[in-house]
Ligand binder design. Structure first.
Ligand code: G6P
Ligand code: MG
Length: 217
């Protein structure tokens, strides 16, 4: 039996939320906007452009498109400096054994992320070779909860959408998986990700027995 396994990146494979936070904070501070870790939670799974709008909204700041474009570029430059220093030890615990199990058992593996920096991050932490397909922020027009990113990933794998398995840490991502009739697995707080079909705090809780059931059912 062969299934499509689709992984979100930020918050599922690596904890890049802290770098997104630091990069956004520079811009927010300069504009006098109070941007906290709690606010940052709202930006999980949200595109770069939409994230800026949310941050500007926090401070009731109105800006021209020109200014916004400038800040978006600045944010990404700062973010790139952080991810440039990433190494394999920043892969979240339990992720590599799951990827390895899927490879060893002839399963199809894809990335389905909103980030335009997905590829360099996978390269940096040394796990690009596990992925048969990558769909990221450069490839899709409709953001999660639209299922486009996951449907394209399944297509690239040559697998049906229905029954594909999605690992996600954002509410929008779980909704996207459900809309695509995929099996949604929430990674993180169960009370937040209650729409997911299965919930785990992290990948160390996912054992090979569970993975084997996903493959066979
Ligand atoms: C992921 C992260 C978001 C980020 C988005 C775009 O969904 O959870 O916090 O804003 O990707 O990332 P990018 O690297 O393209 O700015
Ligand atoms: Mg995520």
């Amino acid at each position: 039996n062969q299934k499509a396994f689709i992984f979100d990146l930020d918050g599922v494979i690596v904890d890049t939320a802290k770098y997104h936070f630091l990069a956004w904070q520079r811009i927010a501070n300069r504009l006098g906007i109070d941007f906290t870790h709690e606010h940052n939670e709202q930006l999980k799974g949200v595109s770069r452009v939409r994230s800026l709008d949310i941050i500007l909204g926090l401070g009731n700041v109105e800006a021209s498109q020109e200014d916004k474009d400038k800040w978006l570029a600045e944010k990404n430059e700062a973010y790139l400096q952080y991810i440039d220093r990433m190494e394999a030890d920043e892969i979240l615990e339990g992720v590599v054994p799951v990827l390895q199990y899927l490879k060893d058992n002839n399963q199809k593996v894809a990335l389905g992320s909103a980030s335009k920096n997905a590829r360099p991050i996978l390269e940096k932490v040394g796990i690009l070779h596990y992925f048969d397909a990558i769909v990221d922020g450069n490839d899709v027009t409709n953001a999660k909860p639209d299922p486009e990113v996951f449907i394209r990933a399944a297509q690239l794998l040559g697998m049906p959408s229905e029954g594909a398995i999605v690992f996600e840490d954002s509410v929008a991502g779980i909704q996207a998986a459900n809309l695509a009739k995929m099996v949604s697995i929430g990674i993180g707080d169960k009370s937040v990700l209650h729409e997911a079909q299965y919930n785990f705090n992290d990948f160390t809780e996912i054992d090979t027995k569970f993975l084997a059931t996903l493959v066979t059912t």
